[in-house]
Design a protein around this ligand. Structure first.
Ligand SMILES: [Zn+2]
Length: 235
């Protein structure tokens, strides 16, 4: 469970609060089994309500994304197993837990799209690699866009806090992007030239390029070596 910290500012909502927890920037359960044992995991101070809200979002995200990752790649194998196990009533600790797992699996399956019902847009790059060759045999798991946004924002705030001790406050805002066009885009060129790498491999690798004001920046995040998200911090 999260370590208790004293009063201070929450990295996420920026409120001054009496009680804070130490929150994992990249959730603890997201570190695959292939993570080096001596790796220090990123942690930041968070208010209790942000910590709990992120906990729920991250759990849901892990199951949905876990069903789309490569079950053979060491970077994601244990994550896929965890996602599948979390939906299996047979793996439950008690009857209530079994019901919970069954309900969650039914909910995710009810939202899934099949065959020609899957739209061309909105398919997340890197999560579609293991689809069946025949389109009618494909299944798409619904993953809320907001989850990608919130998780990306959390990592942006976390890296600024850990590296520079900075809270990202107005007038700065964080924008999320699902892709960064091609390899020759100005964005990619800036990351190539000025980007610094922050990593907790193989779970997460982040590249960040910061402008002269020390806050405006662009980010590229690679999750489990399989998909990327992007963010920009600007005024
Ligand atoms: Zn908060």
């Amino acid at each position: 469970m999260a370590k208790k910290l004293g009063p201070g500012k929450c990295v996420h909502c920026l409120k001054d609060v009496e009680e804070r927890n130490s929150d994992h920037v990249f959730p603890e359960s997201w570190y695959p089994d292939s993570t080096p044992l001596d790796l220090e995991k990123w942690q930041i101070p968070s208010c209790i309500s942000c910590n709990e809200a992120y906990g729920r979002l991250e759990q849901d995200f892990l199951v949905r994304v876990g069903l789309c990752l490569d079950p053979h790649d060491p970077a994601s194998k244990s994550i896929v197993e965890k996602a599948v196990r979390s939906l299996k009533p047979a793996a439950a600790r008690n009857a209530r837990d079994a019901q919970h797992r069954l309900g969650k699996g039914k909910r995710i399956l009810a939202q899934a799209l099949h065959g020609d019902k899957i739209p061309d847009h909105g398919v997340f790059l890197g999560l579609d690699d293991r689809w069946a060759d025949i389109p009618s045999e494909r299944t798409a798991i619904l993953i809320p866009k907001q989850s990608f946004e919130r998780i990306t924002e959390k990592i942006v705030r976390g890296i600024f806090y850990i590296e520079d001790g900075i809270f990202i406050e107005p007038p700065y805002i964080i924008d999320f992007f699902a892709s960064a066009e091609d390899d020759n885009s100005p964005w990619q060129q800036a990351l190539e030239r000025w980007g610094k790498v922050y990593e907790r491999p193989p779970g997460i690798v982040v590249r960040r390029a910061v402008a002269e004001d020390r806050v405006s920046s662009i980010f590229e995040m690679t999750f489990w070596k399989q998909f990327k998200t992007y963010a920009a911090v600007s005024r």
